[in-house]
Design a protein around this ligand. Structure first.
Ligand SMILES: [Zn+2]
Length: 229
């Protein structure tokens, strides 16, 4: 529901031709054997019982890293801060978020971010070349677009609340992966990784992204939704 909107929800159209009550799901599905960070345990969805096999019910078990598919990182992932994902303030993931489209095909640079006049307390989702196709349906891509160290420092300086990226890590593979995580997570910026922004244009949205509440955990899988404001 949009506060102050004179029209009934579900019937108004915005510039994108979407009904304003329509949420876009920007999370990727968790599927057996899907791409993971190299070295992470494989995703296994085990069907324990199945009605089609004559069992009383269908029941599955799931085995995977908490940093699989669309997920969030807690500060405790790469720092000695004891903030687990269960301590995340809901304000980090419920409210307006801005999708910024990144042109650089290699990395997200501070120079490119500067042009977007990012303000304190913003929730920023970075759409890169990674979103050109559905990355979750492909093998691991070592050359995904990542956050440069300078860009990470810039986002800390801007004092953003939350950052979302469209691949499995904010940092680069075999490069600044740990460094960027430490910079961002030490500043208690909340991180969403593994978004699917392939159908999402740049602009301002309302966001809901809810990581599963796992006690004292370094991360958690999440469902992320956007709708235009
Ligand atoms: Zn991460």
């Amino acid at each position: 529901m949009h506060a102050g909107s004179p029209k009934s929800p579900g019937r108004t159209k915005n510039g994108l031709g979407l009904e304003t009550d329509d949420w876009m799901d920007i999370s990727v599905p968790i599927s057996d054997g899907m791409v993971t960070w190299p070295g992470d345990p494989p995703v296994r969805i085990l069907r324990l019982t199945d009605i089609e096999d004559g069992d009383d019910c269908t029941l599955s078990a799931l085995s995977m890293s908490v940093h699989t598919a669309t997920h969030m990182d807690a500060p405790s992932h790469f720092t000695s801060l004891r903030h687990g994902i269960d301590k995340m303030p809901l304000s980090a993931v419920v409210g307006n978020a801005r999708v910024i489209e990144i042109d650089d095909p290699v990395s997200i640079t501070a120079g490119e971010l500067r042009g977007h006049k990012i303000k304190k307390g913003e929730r920023i989702l970075l759409k890169t070349r990674n979103s050109r196709e559905r990355w979750d349906r492909k093998p691991f891509d070592e050359s995904y677009v990542f956050l440069s160290t300078e860009a990470a420092l810039y986002l800390v300086d801007r004092d953003v609340l939350t950052i979302g990226v469209d691949y499995l890590s904010i940092g680069g593979y075999g490069g600044n992966m740990a460094e960027v995580h430490k910079i961002i997570l030490s500043a208690k910026i909340w991180v969403i990784e593994g978004l699917d922004l392939s159908r999402t244009g740049p602009g301002l949205y309302e966001m809901v992204c809810l990581p599963i509440k796992i006690d004292n955990c370094d991360g958690a899988p999440a469902r992320a939704l956007l709708r235009p404001v």
